[in-house]
Write a protein of this length. Structure first.
Lengths: 251, 324
């Protein structure tokens, strides 16, 4: 078996008396969509924050692309090929959509201690940014100030910003959060389009989306991974049904 | 976008041309005082525009930028004290020292943000203020006189017009460099960090170094304003580093229009003209009212901030895109 893209071993994060991540281990193989599900408070976002480098774990290791990244900052992880979207939309609201993505492209186009040439006329930034917008279906909205995009479009914009950094692993924290049915369907199509070309860790509440997209699913309860398996295995897992899905809900 | 910016660009060019015309006009009507007044206004305009780089574009509210005016002014003052009047030595050294002070102070301040950043920049500026007071040899509290810089016969700064055009040239260069900077890759990073530094980190920017660099550039430009100020006033004292002076700079930026570079020039002009003439005007309405001019000054500033959204410069048309 090839080495996993992402390997988490014995991860622990405590907030006072609360153990938000409890001896968690997880491995993500290249090309898969690995969904992480769990009830509210299971520690999903805490996990993402530790994977992305916004939060330091108390114990355990995170290996990414063959090296230990546990001690690296978020921006350093980004340069190793890790990209994320946020549960609460995190964009540059005052910038046009294209500028949002161009900033992400620029972060990976050498250093930005360049003080003279106008960045907005730099084809080396604008063209890849436009391509990323096109990939998420926002090309026609490139000139719109991000704050004026619809909620669903802002979520797509976040994906475009992540893709613009040419990541080898995408961490998507509830990309469907707050979306209507139509918007969700569009996002599922978008993610399905990325499948196979990108390795994705997907945190999501929308079970239809998870079972439609995921190659494997890890179930978190109280910060512990109680099961990992294919959607069919997870559906059939008695412990999971009891802890999370509820007997009535079978996906 | 170009159309949106044109009225502002036009306004900037006209106002700069008017500034360029001040010395000959004032000489013609024999009012040299105004040349001196506008020299001072432009010096503070340089300082305010440099503060705007980090305050308006970067969202970093430095409440201690007068410290760098002090570093620049004291560099010229202390060199002059030891008989070094060569401007070609004084100015580069003023630039270097302001950069070093800004780098050291910034390295600590940049680790904080929001209110903490405001307080810690204020604290460092006060430290330098008290350092100035403790420098007995250089006049301590009272300050000391300074000879104007010599530029090997190229400029005679004791000629008010020469000093004026030197300051004018530095102001024009500051505005042009600032304009290039805020639209460059670096400028986009600075604006992005103001908008959402968490996202900047996530897409791969080591924000600390970019913020620090912006802070050092801004502090250094303020230091140049300080070196010019020492020349204008022929005097340096710790008073130029007092926290009220840092506050004045912030007010100039906000009143003129944050994140516009040219707005702070208008802010400095409005601020210093009011400071100069409000007492006189009030004294004319009622004897003794002049000394209470702050009672009128304060509300005027508040009214400008409340009703002229985007400051005085905001009256010249819409905001540029990409600022928030």
């Amino acid at each position: 078996m090839t080495e996993p893209v992402l390997a988490v071993e014995g991860l622990v994060k405590r907030f006072g008396g609360l153990t938000a991540t409890d001896d968690l281990s997880l491995s993500v193989t290249a090309g898969e969509i690995h969904a992480v599900i769990g009830p509210n408070g299971a520690g999903k976002t805490t996990l993402i924050a530790q994977l992305s480098g916004d939060l330091a774990p108390d114990d355990g290791r995170i290996r990414f692309a063959g090296r230990d990244i546990t001690g690296l900052r978020a921006d350093e992880r980004s340069h190793l090929g890790l990209a994320r979207s946020f549960q609460i939309t995190s964009i540059f609201p005052g910038f046009p959509a294209l500028d949002n993505v161009a900033l992400a492209v620029q972060a990976h186009a050498g250093h930005s201690f360049r003080f003279w040439s106008p960045a907005r006329r730099d084809a080396g930034l604008r063209e890849p940014a436009m391509a990323a917008l096109d990939e998420v279906g926002l090309a026609a909205r490139a000139g719109i100030v991000a704050a004026n995009l619809s909620h669903g479009e802002q979520r797509q914009l976040e994906i475009a910003m992540a893709l613009a950094t040419k990541p080898s692993l995408l961490l998507l924290d509830e990309p469907m959060a707050g979306m209507g049915i139509d918007e969700s369907a569009r996002m599922i199509d978008l993610l399905r389009g990325l499948k196979g070309r990108h390795t994705i860790v997907l945190i999501e509440h929308d079970m239809d989306a998870v079972f439609a997209l995921a190659d494997r699913i890890t179930v978190l309860v109280y910060g512990r991974a109680i099961a990992t398996g294919t959607p069919a295995e997870i559906r059939a897992n008695a412990e999971v049904r009891q802890a999370y899905l509820g007997d009535a809900h079978v996906g | 976008m170009q159309a949106l910016r044109q009225p502002r660009l036009l306004a900037q060019l006209i106002l700069l041309l008017l500034l360029a015309a001040v010395p000959p006009v004032m000489t013609a009507i024999d009012e040299p005082f105004y040349t001196s007044l506008f020299t001072r206004i432009m010096i503070f305009a340089i300082a305010a525009a440099s503060l705007d780089l980090i305050l308006g574009y970067g969202g970093m509210v430095s409440f201690g930028h007068a410290a760098y005016i002090g570093v620049g002014a004291y560099t010229v003052g202390i060199l002059s004290f030891y008989g070094v009047d060569n401007g070609f030595i004084q100015f580069p050294l003023a630039v270097l020292l302001s950069a070093v002070f800004a780098a050291v102070i910034g390295a600590i301040c940049i680790r904080t943000s929001g209110v903490y950043f405001i307080m810690i920049t204020l604290a460092f500026a006060q430290m330098l203020y008290f350092l100035g007071i403790s420098l007995e040899e250089y006049g301590g509290d009272d300050g000391m006189p300074v000879y104007r810089s010599e530029f090997g016969g190229l400029l005679d700064l004791y000629d008010a017009n020469h000093l004026y055009y030197l300051v004018f040239a530095v102001l024009a260069a500051t505005l042009y460099f600032g304009h290039r900077l805020v639209n460059s890759r670096f400028g986009m990073v600075v604006r992005g960090m103001k908008s959402n530094s968490l996202r900047m980190r996530a897409v791969g920017y080591p924000v600390y170094w970019y913020r620090l660099t912006a802070y050092v550039i801004s502090g250094t430009m303020c230091g140049v304003a300080g070196a010019l100020f020492a020349n204008w006033s022929e005097f340096v004292s710790p008073d130029i580093m007092h926290w009220v002076r840092s506050g004045d700079l912030i007010i100039m930026v906000i009143v003129g229009g944050m994140g516009t570079l040219f707005g702070p020039v208008l802010g400095a002009t409005a601020f210093l003209l009011m400071e100069e003439y409000l007492p006189e005007i009030l004294e004319g309405t009622a004897p003794g009212a002049g000394e209470h001019w702050h009672f009128v000054f304060g509300p005027i500033l508040i009214l400008i901030v409340l009703f002229a959204k985007g400051g005085i410069f905001g009256l010249f048309g819409g905001r540029e895109r990409g600022d928030d």
